[in-house]
Design a protein around this ligand. Structure first.
Ligand code: HEC
Length: 199
């Protein structure tokens, strides 16, 4: 191949690469694209959500217990439910055994006094958040399937297993927010004001 042929072959390649550059790399300084069509006031589909539909999503529980539903649960029922619905991923008793990798996290561990793995007893600052999380996200394969009583029971079981409440406590919206979690003292309130405050 002589020099001339190489040049002739290279020319279309250069042109192709240049066109690719303009196609894929947005050039600076151009006006941003805007809608060229006027939007209609309504698209003509959808409907306002019903109060029941909104209530089904509006299930957040705050740290102080605001939003906790009616109902109650105890450790005994929670133990049974845990075995049926949670043990397959979180271990028979919620602990991690040597050499066994759990699909979910270990939920029961040493107390805060002995070590600091990230389990309920060592890491969660509020018992109410535990309730909220399990109600909306667990079991992992079927979130939203637990009744409020079931969530109260499983919360009671896991708090008891983590040595935070006694085995005879019946949990409800009144006493759950009063439980002081051992790890609460490890957290500080975020009192930044919205500026560049960095802690
Ligand atoms: C199919 C497996 C699976 C099942 C069944 C399951 N979980 Fe989980 N669970 C997970 C996974 C995976 C995570 C981690 C999720 C993440 O980090 O986003 C998790 C996280 C959690 C956590 C948070 C742990 C932490 O400290 O961060 C809790 C609490 C929990 N699950 C409780 C339950 C309870 C109670 C049940 C039974 C009602 C249950 N899970 C059933 C897989 C499962």
């Amino acid at each position: 191949m002589n020099k001339k042929t190489v040049l002739i072959l290279a020319c279309p390649l250069v042109l192709l690469l240049m066109s690719l550059k303009t196609a894929f790399i947005p050039s600076q300084g151009k006006k941003p694209l805007t809608d060229s069509l006027k939007r209609p006031a309504k698209f003509g589909f959808g409907r306002p959500a019903t109060l029941q539909e909104i209530a089904a999503w509006d299930i957040d529980v705050r740290p102080d217990g605001k939003g906790l539903p009616a109902g109650q649960g105890d450790v005994k029922k929670g133990k049974l439910l845990y075995a049926q619905k949670c043990a397959i991923c979180h271990g028979v008793d919620g602990t991690e055994k040597p050499g066994v990798k759990l699909p979910g996290n270990a939920l029961v561990g040493d107390t805060l006094a002995t070590s600091k793995p990230k389990t309920i007893g060592n890491y969660w600052p509020y018992a109410t958040t535990l309730f909220d999380y399990m109600r909306r996200a667990m079991p992992y394969n079927l979130p939203g399937s637990l009744s409020n009583n079931e969530v109260y029971s499983i919360t009671a079981y896991l708090l008891n297993a983590n040595k935070i409440i006694k085995a005879d406590v019946v949990l409800d919206a009144k006493n759950l927010p009063k439980i002081v979690m051992p790890a609460k003292k490890l957290f500080i309130m975020d009192d930044r004001k919205g500026g560049p405050e960095i802690k």
